[in-house]
Design a protein around this ligand. Structure first.
Ligand code: 13P
Ligand code: SF4
Length: 300
């Protein structure tokens, strides 16, 4: 009898599908993926692929972004319920009301948001390029949604004052400054990296604040032998695989994203068998959201 991975492989070839996985996916899902990356790399990959089907192992906004870029392709999200609680923290109506209060403002939206919110925005960004995107904007007034922590981090780096929406990531909020202090005591020679979705008092204790793939690149540096990671714990799977012999320490074991764990090999197989659940964006919203995503991809 064939294994689940072998069946996935067969169906992938049969349907000309590509499997994209985020750095927080379960280890076994990362291992069968064609490409593993951060939100920016995954959207860049989705923009370039010539596959007919994209199986997106991540959360809903990531699959939606792939579909915004590729309306002719079938984008599958193996668990339809894999959402991002931060993306749920702002609706298109709420953003329209905020824009009405600041009619001259430019709107920058974190990729962790619904297509309808992107459709109301001027620019999109990820944690990897937020500083670059905001730095390139000349406007006096900028509204940043939905992550107040990433927004605050970008403000500090660019010196631009922004109107911040009070959203946040519940997973990263579980990491406390005391966790970093405790880990540093246990591993005095370790470097510390934090995701900019963390609280500012956590980011302040880190050597660098980076996107997930930024962390992967940082960990590969020869001078980094021990690394404390203030982000979702599953990133350590890839780090260990790519850096045998190095030590990777989660800042807190509590930092797990339940939505990222919803995707399993069995659900990937079922998605390829049934070509469901599919993520599609209504054309009117898609066209507007695409302009915002494309501006980001052009900045890089
Ligand atoms: P990255 O873009 O850094 O991979 O982050 C995505 C995310 O959801 C972090 O919580
Ligand atoms: Fe959303 Fe946070 Fe999970 Fe990332 S880690 S998908 S921001 S809830």
């Amino acid at each position: 009898m064939k294994t689940t991975s072998e069946r996935i492989d067969e169906l992938k070839k049969e349907k000309n599908a590509i499997i994209l996985a985020h750095n927080y996916q379960r280890g076994e899902v990362q291992d069968i993926a064609d490409f593993v990356g951060d939100s920016l790399e995954l959207s860049q990959k989705a923009a370039k692929t010539d596959a007919d089907v994209i199986v997106f192992c991540g959360v809903h906004f990531m699959a939606e972004t792939a579909s915004i870029i590729n309306p002719a392709k079938t984008v599958l999200l193996p668990d339809a319920g894999a959402g991002c609680p931060m993306a749920n923290m702002i609706t298109a109506e709420e953003l329209r009301a905020e824009k009405a209060k600041h009619p001259n403002a430019t709107v920058v939206t974190y990729i962790n948001s619904f297509a309808a919110v992107k459709a109301e925005s001027d620019y999109c960004c990820t944690s990897a390029n937020g500083v670059k995107v905001v730095g390139s904007i000349k406007a006096e007034e900028i509204i940043f949604v939905p992550d107040k922590y990433l927004g605050g981090f970008i403000e500090k780096k660019t010196g631009k004052k922004m109107i911040l929406w009070p959203g946040y990531c519940p997973t990263h909020l579980k990491i406390l400054p005391q966790d970093i202090i405790d880990r540093k005591k246990e591993y005095p020679n370790a470097k510390v990296v934090a995701h900019p979705e963390c609280r500012p008092d956590v980011v302040d204790l880190a050597d660098e604040a980076l996107s997930t793939s930024g962390m992967i690149r940082y960990a590969a540096r020869p001078e980094v032998q021990e690394l404390i990671l203030a982000t979702e714990v599953e990133i350590i799977h890839r780090l260990k695989k790519e850096n045998p012999g190095k030590k990777f320490i989660p800042a807190s074991e509590r930092a797990t994203c339940p939505n990222m764990k919803k995707t399993t090999l069995e659900k990937i197989l079922e998605a390829l068998e049934t070509m469901q659940p599919e993520v599609k964006v209504p054309e009117e919203i898609r066209v507007k959201a695409l302009a915002c995503v494309q501006r980001m991809l052009e900045i890089g």
